[in-house]
Write a protein that binds this ligand. Structure first.
Ligand SMILES: [Zn+2]
Length: 315
């Protein structure tokens, strides 16, 4: 998808391509196979600089902050966290307490339960064992993924590593008022996770979706409510925006929400059909899906099938 009003900036980063998508907003789109793993961005609203998500990689988050201060000539005042998954929060502690971290009440709660538990589990991992099992992986995609996981585990186990948790939260939404622009934060029913946050600039019709949108790549369904996500997508579709910065994938138009809903509906239907027929859903392959999903190649596909096999048996 290309947008004639988007300008690619010549900021050098091994982790992301940087785009100026409006007068105030910048999108850092993760390069393929980068340890950054998820997209991020920043918004200059005149008297405040807002960072949106801090990615999976400390290096990527450092580049993001460097780019933000370079292009805006400001220091970050706020970090907005779109949800609790590690690939959106690892760089939180790079900025000290003079930068406020904002999110929804439910995302903070998830961070303090699921998020902390995940970090404790990673702290207990045997890195040597992880490294030697990685050496045996022959599939290149899986190997790259494993390498990123190992790097994250090494970071989390490094001395003094912490993830700052948000210190300002809201129940349904709030507005950050700048002297140039206002930025709206909103949260909804459970979808990708419970407490997902969007960042919206009405005046510029810019939407940062967090992981409520995976653009042309398998959306991870296992932390949320797939049906709730489909109905929320209809609501998000009604928001007046001309470009979306998705949590994963390239810059997107409204159509990507429709495509993502089609994917979720289809995977639910196919897995349910297998269960109803008394067959093993984990034998489902990508070939069983519509043509537009054939070129998608994320390993999340298999994890979604495994998750739904259990999820749909329970419901
Ligand atoms: Zn996520």
């Amino acid at each position: 998808m290309s947008f004639d009003f988007v300008k690619k900036l010549d900021f050098e980063s091994e982790f992301f391509n940087l785009y100026k998508i409006s007068e105030s907003a910048y999108a850092a789109i993760c390069k393929e196979d980068s340890s950054m793993r998820a997209n991020a961005g920043f918004i200059d609203i005149g008297d405040y600089l807002i960072i949106v998500d801090t990615t999976m990689s400390i290096g990527a988050a450092k580049d993001l902050i460097k780019a933000a201060t370079h292009y805006t000539q400001k220091e970050p005042n706020f970090i907005v966290i779109t949800h609790y998954h590690l690939d959106h929060i690892m760089g939180n502690s790079l900025l000290d307490v003079s930068t406020q971290i904002m999110t929804s009440d439910r995302t903070l709660k998830n961070l303090q339960t699921e998020g902390r538990k995940r970090i404790e589990d990673i702290k207990k991992m045997d890195l040597k064992k992880l490294e030697s099992s990685l050496n045996k992986v022959t599939d290149e995609v899986q190997r790259k993924r494993g390498e990123i996981e190992l790097a994250v585990a090494k970071t989390i186990q490094s001395e003094g590593f912490t993830i700052r948790e948000p210190n300002i939260t809201f129940k349904t939404g709030c507005v950050i008022h700048g002297n140039n622009k206002n930025v709206h934060l909103r949260t909804f029913q459970k979808a990708h996770t419970d407490g997902d946050v969007i960042v919206y600039i009405p005046e510029e019709k810019i939407l940062f979706t967090g992981d409520l949108l995976f653009a042309r790549t398998d959306p991870w369904l296992g932390s949320g409510d797939p049906e709730g996500w489909i109905s929320l997508s209809e609501e998000l579709f009604t928001i007046d925006f001309k470009i979306a910065v998705p949590g994963h994938g390239e810059l997107a138009s409204k159509d990507e929400f429709t495509l993502q809903s089609k994917y979720i509906e289809e995977i639910l239907r196919i897995v349910k059909k297998k269960i109803d027929a008394g067959e093993d859903p984990t034998t489902i392959k990508r070939e069983h899906f519509s043509e537009e999903f054939q070129s998608w190649k994320s390993p999340i596909f298999q994890r979604n099938i495994e998750f739904l096999s259990e999820y749909l048996k329970k419901s």
